[in-house]
Write a protein that binds this ligand. Sequence first.
Ligand SMILES: C[S@@+](CC[C@H](N)C(=O)[O-])C[C@H]1O[C@@H](n2cnc3c(N)ncnc32)[C@H](O)[C@@H]1O
Length: 231
Amino acid sequence: MGDYLAINKALRDERAPAHAASADYGFDRFIGDPDYLSGVVRFDRPRLGDLTGQRGVHLQCHIGTDTLSLTRLGARMTGVDFSSAALNQARRLAECTDTDIDFHEAEVYTAVDILGLEAFDLVYTGIGALCWLPEAALWARFVADLLRPGGRLFIREGHPMLWSLDETSKPRGSSTWTDPPAVPSGSIRRAGSSGSSSPGASSMGPSSGPPRWSTPPARALDFFATAQTRF
Ligand SMILES: C[S@@+](CC[C@H](N)C(=O)[O-])C[C@H]1O[C@@H](n2cnc3c(N)ncnc32)[C@H](O)[C@@H]1O
């Protein structure tokens, strides 16, 4: 588990500043408009119900855009993530938007030790969170411990295999995979190979410009299956 966590955390630390600077996460929009909500929470809003005054914890809160959005819906939020770089960005966003959010750097399985038993009305998690965890049953036990009796767990997830497919597939060279590989460079092993590849390597995409994946679905699946077995 030690190696697994270290590799995963290194990846998250590396990505956090890029995510915070990207238009997709929209820090500028949060700062410019006090009513702005992330697309994720906007979608979830009808299902979340009234959050006014609720104590919520966002597990694997990343750079805090969804955590801030839940606060804007009236909840008193705590965010937990094990990436200090992600939390630096989350705290910066909270400060820039003058929002009070309690962020904790912690591994999810230790959250109860830090936050206490039955401290929350709501546990919120999702969008690429659960797939990174090695132990679902243990996670569920800790979630139950975080919730007060009658509290709610809200999960919004996708299946990693579905996410690896591009249903609008175009000819090679124009895929939607624009992220660098999901593990630090040099640590990806392709299935059935003992070699390694790096972001922007010629077999993966153009040799110049930002890292870009030109990966047809079959290769994406191959990569994803390999990444999953490593993690
Ligand atoms: C893909 S991000 C989630 C993205 C988030 N839904 C968003 O869009 O803002 C996954 C997050 O889980 C965190 N994470 C992964 N494994 C973790 C663990 N075992 N304990 C705590 N945080 C973890 C990572 O640091 C990262 O910020």
